[in-house]
Write a protein of this length. Structure first.
Length: 118
């Protein structure tokens, strides 16, 4: 399964963006969904994940700034990003996987680019 991320763009430091991930219904009802990012020259890392019961896990650098949520009616997972910093600049992807982010189950999509200017 390949999930599609959208909602990226260019924003100034301190600004906000909301990313969306459209998830097939079967995957949405069964799997934990995570947001991942890859900055230029760096490895892809998990940013946040949410399980089907609503448990969440966040990477330390985004705690208190990012919020992951699920919309059961729309089979969509969101990532609300506030107080954005230049170091948040990356291509953001969503995928199904484990809550820890150590394993992913689907294929990587194209992702959505987030650029934070200083």
């Amino acid at each position: 399964v390949q999930l599609q991320a959208s909602g990226g763009g260019l924003v100034q430091a301190g600004g906000s963006l909301r990313l969306s991930c459209a998830v097939p219904r079967r995957t949405f009802s069964r799997d934990t969904i995570g947001w991942y990012r890859q900055a230029p020259g760096k490895q892809r890392e998990m940013v946040a994940a949410i399980s089907i019961d609503g448990s969440t896990n966040y990477e330390d650098s985004v705690k208190g700034r990012f919020t992951i949520s699920r919309d059961n009616a729309k089979n969509t997972v969101y990532l609300q990003m506030n107080s954005l910093k230049p170091e948040d600049t990356a291509v953001y992807y969503c995928n199904s996987g484990t809550l820890s982010g150590g394993m992913v189950f689907g294929r990587w999509g194209q992702g959505t680019l987030v650029t934070v200017s200083s």
